[in-house]
Design a protein around this ligand. Structure first.
Ligand code: TRP
Ligand code: ZN
Length: 874
């Protein structure tokens, strides 16, 4: 199979048409072969309106077409690189199509491919068309029956969606299995796996009393690393019953972990396929961060069974219908099981450091895009994470009770259907007898709204006047923006930190504990009377809307909130605002950063306060250079940002070194303990050690290097390795070498080794990552390796933007190679180039030249072409 790429043309949401035909059922028969797999598809096709039958198909060899058993002559149909067209067909008929595909040559990892020794599939969004000619769109729902045939010794497990119907031996040492999925589904949810695995089984009894067989398949020798994923699955099944009233609906639930996978995981009906990164985890090789992500991704894919599979998307413009909602659900799952504040802070950081950046880029799009060239380009932080924030705002506005009423109505109305975001909002609206007309703008407008706040206090009249103004900047193709509904959660405190209760018809006491003010106009005001003293206000608590807040206050306000706010997220936010104040001050005024005594004192108090250690660790993580860059729309002062970020960390380290030493010596956690408290203690241990090594390398370097080289707990080992490399402690090379020799046989741990080097904020990182391309454990064919080395480097702004442009050249070279090998992965690496207009003129020219060079490539994949065109467009 050659990687001939046909340039795709843009599709528009407004052009949606119902399909001309639908397919009610399909029987697939796979005869697996490394280079020549045969696929026979027998489909029951039904006409819905007048027209020819046009089936999608790519990278296929067509062997046979028959209608109602009658073979067609080659003059009866037309085949192009993307389509099989049959002009004349009956209204109801059986269509048989035989195709041949080459799984071994499939390096794009879409359709049927080989991951290590196993066959597997990835069909979302439009991969099924690489298996057979089909109506490959999510609004065609068919009942699938699948037979898989392969060599019995090499592929003892033959899996597909649904329930196992039959299995047995055939000739030539082969065997077969037939699976039947009773739930009609779109082709993107189809899956097949064949291979030799270790298998972990368990059972779950649903709230309706049905017993479900749970099976987890991992590469041989990895069984001991599968347990946490299985526990997480059972927790997810129970949580969805308890919080959403949703139970599982098949006899078995299977999860297969594969090493070669473009994304995190895939929710195929009854047969999830996972990147092994989100399944395999044990204490020696996984960090606490890894365990938390295993739990949340297992949850995410499981929750899709209702939000995505039972109720699916009408068309791909509606992707956020399932992804935004399912991310919201997985966030709530993690928050109900662990620390709500810590999970919320993680989500806020993703929004600020990645989604705001996307919203300000030439690829900015609404959570429900209007125009798409390559669908794979729209699995974005906007559709997923901002989509989840939009669902969260509905939850804030309607409350948990109202939200669940809406969910129930949504399910009653649409179970078994392919629907739109509009259908979801309409169900929420009807169940709550409310008007969400203006709220819908969150689905249609791109860009991050800028909200500015004014507080005017009249000390004689004791009146406090609050003014909130909002404005959304223009984005590509969307100049004029209208005001959106902003649910503002806020609390008032006295300057001494006591919570003040206030009464106003526009303020509701919200179930979160904050006051809720719903702002709908470009400018809104509110007057509070009988306010004794000018209060301290916590605005946008819990990040209650995905907006940027502008507010001009002094450190005093945040000092009070950091010390006294009732909500943990508010305290964290106060610290972040204090850091930003100091960082941006130094960058904008081009002065040396000085840590104000007031900030040092507040931080010292936090360090010794009886707070959750996980929260403390987050409070002691000031904004990164990447987050700061978002405060500059042009001429980003990269060098000044890098200096300020380092200076702030250095001065915190020096000012509090004795305190860190004291706290550090009092912390301990059993490395096998995965409780929230033990994870919190490790997080704080790592934070302290970082500051101590930064302040006193002569005293702590040895400790860091030993911890980096010797593994007891990967959470401690990885952090130490990163500190050693990033702080360039003496002898850090030796720590790297020892780590590599310990873990060379464990790819997921070697990814941490690659990433620790690619994220080092030094000029020489460019040379180092270039050398690492030749490391025996590196390969461009495995997306995890590429993400660990190259995507990590792309996020390392300081090294990527090195003044001589060598960082750009390094990534450009990789993108060019991946253009033919794996365009989906290539397209994820181009992100930092798209922002070329925001840098100084020298860098602008170099970045632009890279984009122009890509534009000139003959067979540029549509994934890259779409982004390059939008970045270069005026
Ligand atoms: N639906 C998957 C998820 O969110 C996303 C996904 C997995 C995907 N693999 C993909 C999307 C490949 C596009 C291409 O959970
Ligand atoms: Zn998803």
């Amino acid at each position: 199979m050659t990687a001939v790429t046909t340039q795709k043309t843009a599709k528009y949401r407004s052009d949606y048409r119902t399909p001309v035909f639908t397919i009610d059922s399909i029987h697939l028969d796979f005869h697996l072969h490394d280079t020549a797999t045969r696929v026979v598809a027998v489909m029951q096709v039904r006409r819905l309106s007048a027209g020819a039958l046009e089936l999608d198909g790519e990278h296929l060899q067509l062997k046979r077409v028959a209608i109602d058993g009658q073979p067609l002559a080659s003059t009866d149909y037309e085949v192009s690189a993307t389509q099989l067209r049959i002009a004349q067909v009956p209204d109801n008929f059986e269509l048989t199509i035989e195709t041949e595909v080459n799984p071994s040559e499939n390096s794009a990892l879409e359709g049927l491919y080989k991951s290590g020794g196993a066959y597997c599939t990835q069909c979302e969004a439009e991969g099924f068309r690489r298996i057979t000619y089909y109506l490959d769109r999510p609004d065609v729902l068919a009942v699938f029956t699948t037979t898989v045939r392969a060599d019995a010794d090499a592929y003892p497990y033959l899996l597909s969606n649904g329930n196992l119907q039959s299995k047995g031996k055939t000739e030539n040492g082969e065997h077969y299995a037939t699976w039947h999925d009773p739930h009609p589904k779109p082709a993107y949810l189809f899956a097949l796996v064949a291979g030799d695995f270790d298998r972990l089984t368990d059972h779950y009894v649903t709230m309706e009393g049905r017993e479900v067989l749970l099976e987890l398949f991992v590469d041989k020798g990895n069984l001991h690393r599968a347990d946490y994923a299985m526990q997480s699955l059972k927790k997810a099944m129970k949580w969805d019953e308890e919080r959403f009233g949703l139970a599982y609906d098949l006899e078995r639930y299977m999860i297969v972990a594969v090493d070669f996978f473009n994304m995190g995981a895939m929710e195929n009906k009854g047969l999830n396929i996972f990147n092994s990164k989100y399944v395999l985890a044990d204490n020696a090789t996984a960090t606490d961060w890894d365990f938390i992500h295993v739990e949340s991704v297992i949850g995410h894919e499981y929750f899709h069974n209702w939000t995505g599979n039972r109720i699916t998307c009408r068309d791909w413009f509606q992707l956020s219908l399932k992804e935004g909602l399912t991310v919201f659900r997985d966030q709530e799952f993690s928050s109900d099981l662990g620390s709500r504040a810590v999970h919320r802070i993680d989500a806020i950081r993703v929004m600020r450091s990645h989604q705001f950046n996307e919203d300000a880029s030439p690829m900015a799009h609404p959570i429900r895009p209007d125009k798409v060239v390559e669908m794979n380009n729209f699995y974005t932080v906007t559709v997923y994470n901002k989509g989840a924030e939009v669902i969260r705002m509905l939850h804030t506005l309607l409350g948990e009770g109202g939200f669940q009423e809406g969910m129930q109505l949504y399910r009653q109305r649409h179970d078994g259907q392919a629907v739109t975001c509009e259908d979801f909002v309409a169900a929420m609206e009807a169940a709550n007898a409310t008007d969400l007309t203006q709220f819908r703008r969150w689905y249609s407008q791109a860009g991050t709204p800028l909200v500015s706040i004014r507080e005017d206090y009249d000390s004689e009249q004791h009146v406090l006047k609050l003014t909130v103004e909002q404005q959304t900047p223009a984005t590509a193709g969307q100049k004029d923006k209208q005001p959106v509904v902003i649910p503002l959660l806020l609390s008032l405190y006295s300057p001494q930190g006591e919570r003040l209760t206030v009464e106003h018809e526009q303020l509701q006491r919200h179930e979160s504990g904050s006051e809720l003010w719903v702002c709908t106009e470009a400018s809104a005001t509110l007057e509070l009377t009988n306010i004794e003293q000018k209060p301290v206000i916590a605005w946008l608590e819990n990040f209650s809307a995905p907006v940027k807040l502008e507010r001009d206050v002094d450190l005093e306000v945040y000092t009070t909130l950091l010390a006294h706010a009732e909500q943990e997220v508010t305290r964290w936010e106060a610290a972040q605002q204090m850091y930003l104040h100091v960082l941006l001050g130094a960058v904008r005024e081009q002065t040396q950063l000085v840590l104000p005594t007031q900030l040092a004192d507040s931080l010292r108090k936090v360090l010794h306060a009886p707070l959750d250690d996980a929260l403390k660790a987050l409070i002691f993580t000031p904004p990164s250079a990447e987050e700061l860059i978002e405060y500059f729309s042009e001429n980003v002062p990269l060098a000044a940002i890098a200096t300020a970020v380092e200076d702030l960390r250095g001065q915190i380290a020096l000012a509090l070194s004795a305190d860190f030493a004291e706290i550090y010596s009092g912390l301990s956690a059993d490395e096998h303990d995965l409780s929230a408290a033990a994870m919190a203690a490790r997080a704080m241990q790592n934070r302290c050690l970082y500051y101590l090594a930064k302040a006193k390398p002569e005293d702590y370097a040895a400790k860091v290097l030993t911890q980096a080289a010797q593994g007891q707990s990967m959470t401690l080992q990885q952090a130490a390795l990163e500190f050693a490399v990033h702080l360039q402690l003496p002898d850090y090379q030796r720590a790297l070498a020892e780590f590599a020799s310990q873990w060379q046989a464990t790819p997921l741990v070697m990814d941490k080794w690659f990433a620790a080097q690619a994220s080092a904020p030094h000029a020489e990182t460019v040379e180092r990552v270039t050398e690492l391309l030749d490391h025996p454990k590196f390969t461009l064919r495995n997306p995890n390796r590429v993400y660990a080395l190259v995507a990590t480097f792309c996020r390392n702004s300081i090294s990527f933007h090195r003044a001589d442009g060598q960082g750009y050249q390094f990534v450009l070279g990789i993108i060019k190679q991946l253009n033919t090998l794996n365009p989906q992965v290539a397209s994820r690496l181009i992100t930092p180039f798209l922002q070329w207009r925001r840098f100084d003129s020298k860098r602008q020219q170099m970045l632009k030249d890279c984009l122009i060079e890509l534009q000139g490539i003959d067979n540029l994949a549509s994934d890259l072409a779409e982004k390059v065109e939008s970045a270069l467009a005026q």
